[in-house]
Design a protein. Structure first.
Length: 713
């Protein structure tokens, strides 16, 4: 790959992170947390995006970011208050900025009319005028009234002792990249007490005037305890290739120590790094390209430890295909380790102490390698959650509702393969919550609620799975309306006796919709059934809890990873199955007094005062039963989102870690089976879908097969 293309790809990756930080900061400001640190963080995010975009010649992105940055600079300076309406405008601007980044990546173009309107509104709020391209017009007089200026040399303006002298000469690229000297002077004024002058010696007559060539030179003297060379250089961080900068320390200040023996000077390091990526020798300062902070090898200041040593957290970016390949190889390692253990047992070598110890060490090492590799793919769900605020704003605007999104558990980690496929179902569920769940402001006030509705998105780990909930404080599910629509569309017979849960699950039927008309948001009946199929494809399940007048909660329970699981290997007839270990509560052998008949074929088991349904796994999967009945074999008490159940199997072989292989991709979906795996002896074993077995047991008990689309897993 071309080195510049690699840097460009890295820039866009950093842009995604900066845009996420930008939106998070604006949401904090919207919540009332508009302190200086938050505002500065928001400003830095926009400034970083603009600086990197200028380096790659993304003019449209630079122009819009410059307008946005100007408004944020007014907020930082205290000349503009971050009122709710202003923050809402900035949120819209962050959406437009994200669209510009997407367009720069080669995605859909930006709506120029909308972007121009937002830019004009930002400029109006900031109190500046805009040119035809939507960027603030650059003033001829760069120096604000608050700055002290005269025509005398800088050494005559301030005492020489204790003052830093800064001289910078803008180059044409400074203004082409939407930067200006005024903001640089303002930034230096924040560093310390400043006195400045303009050197007009470079001005020429009108006959030699070139509007694209800057002629002014700025000389500044800075005094104060916080003034350091690093603080001054930070001001010019994104324009160091767009101007000629000279920094002179105060008189009497110690000179920088020369590099120690064997240590490279900074310029030598830069030259060596540029040569390594094939870019040739380091350019001169006047022609040096801007390298944004996001692209620097070491981002941000180094945190000093108590001993004075710098602590640097280093990270690397790795192509996802390489990580996937590593995951596959570790899975094969697990399978081969199990096969080796099986062969040793068959050869009768397991009794040998040295062989047994070696096998145990190999198994532990394999598990550690597998856990470490899986941790590489583990990522917080924050990347998915951060996409939702914009969705909420757009859907709220389209429906005319007032909505506030509350997120919780953004740091909950899950395998990347799961994260990549979470966005679509969560998007559908949030759109459904706003469009169908929340009432309009006037209806909410009439019901004694606040006009602004709340949608809550949360994630947490529970019983070895990740549980994601989308809830709202709306009107809840109108079960009478849902039932009548299902009857009218022939989904259920008119005389069907359904529980509240069964009626709620009707909304997962393909083509089902409660919308009165088709709109851009809903009405086509392709939302919740898509959610259900997506969750099922991940080996998960979805449940609904709704209270009329109080709202609804949709709960998705998903595996933490789609690669491996710890399971209990059991025997059912001539078949070997795997039961996920995280759902097993205990194993037991029931007595006759603990069994009770239920219906013509059903049986329940009494466990510590509670009755749970008894499921014979063999006939549940369509196999012939061994004839031993509920009292034979071993019973596994399992617990899932659908409740407790007792699974009867013939025998337990043992516990082991297995590699998950998709059965649906390689064969087809089978009810009651979640996936498959390869055992140590090379045989294929099926992994039980405990929720699917329990749901099938419930359907057979209630006699409502029409609900299979809603409850089957």
């Amino acid at each position: 790959m071309d080195p510049m293309e690699a840097i460009r790809a890295t820039f866009f990756q950093e842009c995604d992170e900066l845009l996420a930080d930008l939106e998070a900061g604006l949401l904090r400001m919207q919540g009332g947390d508009a302190d200086g640190e938050t505002v500065n963080a928001v400003f830095r995010a926009v400034h970083s995006v603009k600086g990197g975009a200028g380096a790659f010649g993304l003019d449209d992105l630079v122009r819009f970011a410059h307008v946005f940055e100007t408004t944020l600079d007014e907020v930082r300076a205290g000349r503009l208050t971050a009122e709710p309406a202003t923050v809402v405008l900035m949120l819209r601007a962050s959406d437009i900025l994200a669209d510009h980044v997407t367009a720069a990546k080669g995605g859909p173009g930006v709506d120029e009319a909308t972007a121009g309107a937002v830019a004009d509104e930002l400029a109006r709020v900031a109190g500046v005028s805009t040119g035809p391209a939507g960027e603030p017009e650059v003033e001829i007089a760069f120096v604000p009234a608050a700055l002290s200026l005269d025509a005398s040399p800088v050494t005559d303006v301030v005492p020489a002792l204790g003052s830093w002298a800064v001289k910078f000469t803008p180059l044409p690229a400074l203004y082409r990249n939407a930067n200006d000297a005024l903001r640089l002077l303002r930034e230096m004024e924040r560093v310390g007490e400043m006195k400045a002058r303009i050197d007009e010696s470079g001005l020429v007559g009108i006959e030699d005037f070139d509007p694209e060539l800057p002629r002014l030179i700025f000389e500044v003297a800075l005094t104060g305890p916080n003034v350091t060379e690093g603080a001054i250089a930070e001001v010019f961080e994104f324009v160091e290739g767009d101007c000629v900068l000279e920094i002179t320390p105060p008189a009497g200040a110690p000179e920088a120590a020369p590099p120690a023996d064997g240590e490279e000077a900074p310029d030598d390091v830069l030259a060596r790094l540029m040569a390594e990526v094939g870019a040739g020798p380091a350019p001169t300062p006047a022609a040096e390209a801007v390298v944004p902070e996001a692209l620097s090898p070491e981002r941000g200041p180094q945190a000093a430890s108590s001993s004075g040593e710098a602590l640097v957290q280093t990270t690397i970016r790795v192509d996802l295909e390489r990580v996937d390949r590593l995951i596959d190889l570790v899975g094969e390692l697990v399978i081969n380790q199990a096969m080796l253990a099986q062969r040793v047992v068959e050869a009768g070598l397991a009794r040998n102490g040295a062989v047994a110890v070696g096998l145990d060490d190999l198994e532990q090492l394999t598990r550690q390698i597998q856990d470490s590799v899986m941790a590489i793919r583990a990522q917080p769900v924050k990347s998915v959650f951060q996409r939702m605020p914009r969705l909420v704003r757009e859907v709220a605007a389209a429906t005319g509702k007032q909505v506030r999104l509350v997120t919780d558990g953004e740091g909950t980690e899950v395998d990347k393969t799961v994260i990549e496929r979470l966005s679509e179902p969560i998007t559908h569920m949030i759109r459904n919550a706003i469009d169908h769940g929340l009432e309009r402001p006037d209806a909410r006030r009439a019901a004694g609620k606040a006009g602004e509705g709340t949608v809550r998105l949360s994630a947490q780990h529970r019983s070895g799975r990740i549980v994601i909930e989308v809830s709202d404080d709306g009107a809840g599910i109108n079960r009478e309306r849902v039932r009548s629509i299902a009857v009218s569309r022939g989904l259920i017979p008119a005389d069907a006796l359904l529980s509240d849960d069964e009626i709620d699950n009707l909304i997962f039927a393909p083509g089902f919709s409660t919308a009165d008309a088709v709109s851009d948001i809903s009405g086509r009946g392709v939302g919740m059934d898509v959610v259900k199929r997506s969750i099922q494809a991940l080996g998960g399940r979805i449940t609904i809890s709704s209270r009329p007048g109080e709202g609804s909660t949709f709960t998705m329970s998903l595996p933490l990873t789609l690669a491996v699981l710890d399971g209990m290997v059991v025997t059912v007839g001539d078949h070997t199955l795997v039961v996920p270990i995280n759902v097993i509560v205990e194993s037991l052998q029931p007595k006759a007094a603990e069994l009770r008949p239920l219906g013509p074929q059903g049986t329940v088991l009494s466990v510590r005062g509670s009755h749970v349904p008894m499921i014979d796994v063999a006939p549940a999967l369509g196999w012939s039963s061994g004839g031993e009945g509920p009292l034979g074999g071993v019973t596994l008490l399992v617990e899932s989102e659908l409740g407790l159940a007792a699974l009867r199997v013939d025998a337990i072989q043992g516990q082991r870690q297995v590699v998950i292989k998709s059965l649906e991709q390689n064969y087809r979906q089978v009810e009651g089976v979640a996936a498959a795996t390869i055992l140590g002896d090379g045989r294929v074993a099926l992994i039980l879908d405990v929720d699917g077995l329990i749901a099938a047991r419930r359907r057979s008990a209630t006699g409502n097969p029409v609900l299979s689309f809603a409850q089957a897993s």
